[in-house]
Design a protein around this ligand. Structure first.
Ligand SMILES: C[S@@+](CC[C@H](N)C(=O)[O-])C[C@H]1O[C@@H](n2cnc3c(N)ncnc32)[C@H](O)[C@@H]1O
Length: 263
């Protein structure tokens, strides 16, 4: 299978096909390739979101469901919608939810994150772990997240990107170009999918650009936190409350009025 590129026609369809194909080995290869750190990164996202006590969470690009399941466990009263393009990835999420007796709390949905079938202002929190860089149109994805989030709601994104230039970056390049494809071969997975993984991390928007794109989509109070060894970043943003927006517009209006008076 040839690796998808954003220039290829039907990029989203190709991404779905690729994740359907690697679904059986996804969890294991993830652990091996990240030296088990992926669990800690997701745990931090879950801790941050759970602190806001959301009642209804949309976990986009939920894949095999680790974030959705962890959120449901941490928030016993909450409902988590585990949403993804790939039915085969979601099949593993459903299996985990059944095993953990969480099917009342974790709801499975086959959706494209860049074209969500939900009303405006529906969810208390939106999460997305390692999904954004696979979106055909990242600004559209952020804008959909912002649209379906309730005012005051939190958006938490985990994403990979290469470490800043230096020793860690050189080690990372060896890991991405030699270790990851070798592991994929050893575990009998689709090598091109893991070539794509390396390329997509390389091409992912850097930290400042991701934060800027979130702000452009309307998110407020954005910030990000990088995890050791600099390949994984947690981005946080909030949907402004109606009163905050009103206050902001009022201040803007007063500034314009003052400029007018001065002029
Ligand atoms: C690297 S996996 C991450 C899975 C999971 N969140 C995790 O933490 O392991 C990326 C997932 O994003 C999904 N995905 C990619 N593009 C998507 C889109 N436009 N809409 C919904 N899901 C998408 C893929 O199907 C895949 O399951």
């Amino acid at each position: 299978m040839a690796a998808p590129t954003k220039e290829s026609s039907n990029f989203t369809g190709r991404i779905k096909e690729m994740f359907d194909f690697i679904a059986p080995q996804y969890d294991l290869l993830n652990k091996v390739n990240s030296f088990g750190m992926d669990r800690l990164w997701r745990k931090e996202l879950v801790r941050r979101v759970a602190a806001e006590q959301p009642g209804l969470v949309l976990d986009l690009a939920a894949g095999t469901g680790d974030v959705s399941i962890a959120l449901a466990k941490k928030l016993p009263g909450a409902t988590v919608v585990a949403a993804d393009l790939s039915q085969k990835m979601l099949f593993h999420a459903l299996y985990k939810a059944l095993n953990e007796d969480l099917t009342e709390q974790v709801k499975i949905a086959v959706v494209d994150a860049t074209d969500l079938p939900y009303e405006d202002n529906t969810f208390d929190a939106v999460t997305c772990a390692f999904g954004v860089r696979n979106f055909a149109n990242i600004p559209k994805g952020f804008s959909e997240m912002h649209r379906v989030l309730k005012p005051g709601g939190i958006c938490a994104i985990l994403e990979l990107c290469p470490p800043e230039p230096g020793l860690l970056n050189s080690l990372y390049q060896i890991h991405a170009q030699a270790v990851i494809p070798t592991m994929a071969r050893l575990f009998g997975s689709d090598i091109s999918a893991y070539d794509y993984l390396g390329d997509s991390i390389e091409e992912a928007p850097n930290r400042a650009v991701m934060e800027y794109l979130m702000q452009q989509a309307g998110f407020k109070n954005t910030y990000y936190r990088e995890f050791f060894p600099g390949v994984c970043v947690l981005y946080i943003g909030y949907k402004g409350r109606f009163e905050d927006e009103l206050e902001r517009n009022k201040l803007h209006f007063i500034k314009l009025l003052a400029q007018d008076l001065e002029g």
